[in-house]
Design a protein around this ligand. Structure first.
Ligand code: DGJ
Length: 383
């Protein structure tokens, strides 16, 4: 908690500097407040993720419109760029929804949590996103693929898939391969209240073996060796899957693992620190916030050990009224990571706010997140 005292001191000393910044450039993060882009418009990149490329950060996220209508996709994926993480330039729509009724990404479908990674081999930007078909609620459980030669796009939509069709995970259990009970349904409500505590008894994994596993909330992670992973809520949201992507990042390699069975985690985010993998996620309560989860592993395919709620200050039961979306390693500052989350507003989707907080580490080397009203990157110098 030495870091905590230093943080308070730092905030006090920097209060005047932050308040007196008179040239219109932001130089601090104010979690939950309106965050203006270079055109003085609230940033519209919800459920987002960030790619650092060529000395610039690119923030991709869901473009939302006003009202409840904004809970489905009317525009597409928005992208912003920044050199300093405080000030963001509107770079337009990276992936646009389609007007063609035949297109799976027709206006009115669901496009959530887009993430972009750079594939060196093909010199190509690869976007994956949670995709649901228009008018079908959250039943399709697809992940969509779009690619571009330019980081800000336009991205070309390729297709949407259910991952790992015809493949068993590396930790498949005999019960999964022994058949699916007749009572197992084709779809469930997606929450813990609709499924048994032991998810394996109804064998959703086996049910979806041929057509591919469900993929809802998702993120991407590129490891130090260049291997990329697609991490998603699967099996009716009950269980998380970590799947290795192919070398070009455009398909699933077939190698995957099931983690946290029957723990109903959404909003996965992952980072690597001190040679270990850390995972953060939410519980499963729709647009309403809940307590965050965290976990650690020596190997990305596990075993994973849960570490509990990483949030520690007042508001920790609701992740400070937000839900994780991405964990951003700050460039050029070792061991510095930003927890990025969304404060959803499903009644007026465009007014969703961004909760960015620094990740701190306790004496055991495990991450925790404290609420801070206003902070800047210098906080990481005080580690
Ligand atoms: C929680 C998910 O994390 C969000 O991305 C969104 O899918 C909502 N559920 C919809 O209720």
């Amino acid at each position: 908690m030495y870091f905590k005292t230093k943080v308070k001191l730092f905030l006090l000393l920097n209060f005047f500097a932050i308040a007196l910044n008179s040239w219109g450039q932001a130089n601090s993060f104010k979690p939950g407040k309106i965050w203006y882009d270079n055109s003085q418009v609230h940033i519209n990149a919800h459920g987002g993720g960030i790619l650092f490329f060529d000395d610039t950060y690119f923030w991709f996220g869901e473009h939302k419109i006003e009202g409840e209508a904004g809970n489905v996709a009317h525009v597409g994926v928005h992208v912003y760029s920044s050199k300093d993480l405080y000030n963001w330039k509107d770079e337009g729509i990276a992936l646009a929804v389609s007007d063609d009724p035949e297109s799976p990404i027709i206006k009115g479908c669901i496009i959530e949590r887009p993430k972009v990674i750079y594939n060196e081999k093909n010199d190509e930007f690869v976007m994956w996103f949670h995709h649901e078909l228009k008018g079908k609620g959250y039943s399709a459980g697809l992940t969509g693929l779009a690619v571009s030669k330019s980081v800000t796009g336009p991205y070309q939509y390729i297709h949407s898939v259910r991952p790992n069709a015809g493949q068993w995970p590396v930790n498949v259990k005999p019960i999964h391969q022994q058949g699916v009970p007749e009572t197992t349904k084709d779809s469930y409500c997606g929450g813990p209240e609709c499924l048994p505590g032991n998810i394996d008894t109804i064998n959703i994994l086996g049910r979806d073996f041929e057509k591919g596993q469900m993929s809802r909330d998702m993120t991407l992670f590129v490891d130090d060796d260049g291997a990329a992973y697609h991490i998603h809520s699967s099996e009716e949201n009950s269980t998380t899957h970590i799947s290795k992507l192919s070398d070009d990042y455009k398909s699933f390699s077939g190698e995957y693992v099931r983690i946290f069975p029957a723990r109903y985690m959404e909003a996965p985010a992952i980072f690597k620190h001190d040679g270990k993998y850390f995972f953060m996620a939410s519980g499963c309560t729709g647009w309403s916030p809940n307590s965050a989860r965290s976990a650690v592993a020596e190997n990305i395919f596990g075993p994973w050990k849960e570490l509990g709620n990483p949030c520690v200050s007042e508001g920790k039961e609701t992740t400070y009224n937000s839900q994780s979306t991405y964990i951003l390693p700050v460039q050029g500052v070792e061991d510095s990571y930003i927890f990025m989350a969304d404060r959803w507003n499903p009644k007026d989707a465009i007014d969703g706010r961004y909760i960015w907080l620094p990740i701190q580490f306790n004496d055991a080397g495990n991450p925790y997140i404290e609420w801070i009203e206003e902070w800047s990157l210098e906080i990481f110098d005080n580690k």
